[in-house]
Design a protein around this ligand. Structure first.
Ligand code: VGL
Ligand code: ZN
Length: 199
């Protein structure tokens, strides 16, 4: 069992990111048994859930644009995604085999005007989700991250956590990537540069 200052953060293992989902990540469902097994080692498990209102500003359909194209938002460049993880939908639900008995489920991406890849900050990199305060007040300073997708929500969460001073490990064997235009390679080198241990 890991020490009390450690937590496992399970990122976005939801139906829409698994095969058959609206924004399916290749092999997204393959990691579920390994993630469940790893939970047993941690006293603290936190799950995140991508949680968008219909018509969210990160959806290509909202802009009459092509999915996977990019647009400029007030906070920077934003990839436009297929409609996914709409609040309360089956696509937003966790994979049916994922153990969801963790201590906290943190939802993100609920602000209609800003996307939120990171579990810590919205994509403006300043609006907090509250997760930092939750972890610190529980005395947690060391994190292991797993989940979907390696190059977006896992990457942004890991880099933000490292910048905030947490000791961060990403278990890439328990992650799967979208990998568009070299995004996986960029994420792996970016995480390493930020001081994340990429296993
Ligand atoms: C994610 C794209 C859009 C993710 C979420 O969980 O990595 N990617 N929303
Ligand atoms: Zn999303």
């Amino acid at each position: 069992m890991r020490a009390a200052n450690e937590a496992l953060i399970v990122i976005d293992i939801q139906n829409d990111f698994c095969p058959g989902g609206a924004l399916a990540v290749t092999g997204g469902d393959e990691i579920v048994p390994g993630v469940n097994a790893l939970m047993a080692d941690f006293a603290s498990v936190i799950l995140t859930q991508d949680w968008h209102p219909a018509g969210h500003s990160s959806f290509a359909s909202t802009h009459d644009a092509a999915p996977f194209s990019a647009t400029e938002m007030p906070y920077g460049t934003q990839v436009l995604w297929p409609d996914h993880c709409i609040q309360g939908s089956d696509g937003a639900a966790f994979h049916k085999n994922l153990v969801t008995t963790g201590d906290l489920i943190i939802r993100k991406g609920f602000n209609p005007l800003i996307d939120s890849y990171s579990a810590f900050f919205e994509n403006d990199h300043v609006t907090p989700t509250g997760l930092e305060g939750y972890l610190r007040t529980r005395g947690i300073d060391t994190l292991t991250l797993v989940g979907l997708a390696t190059d977006f929500c896992v990457n942004f969460s890991a880099v933000d956590a490292a910048k905030l001073g947490f000791k961060v490990t990403v278990r890439t064997d328990l992650c799967r990537a979208i990998d568009m235009d070299g995004s996986l390679a960029a994420a792996l080198s970016g995480m390493t540069a930020a001081g994340v241990e990429v296993l």
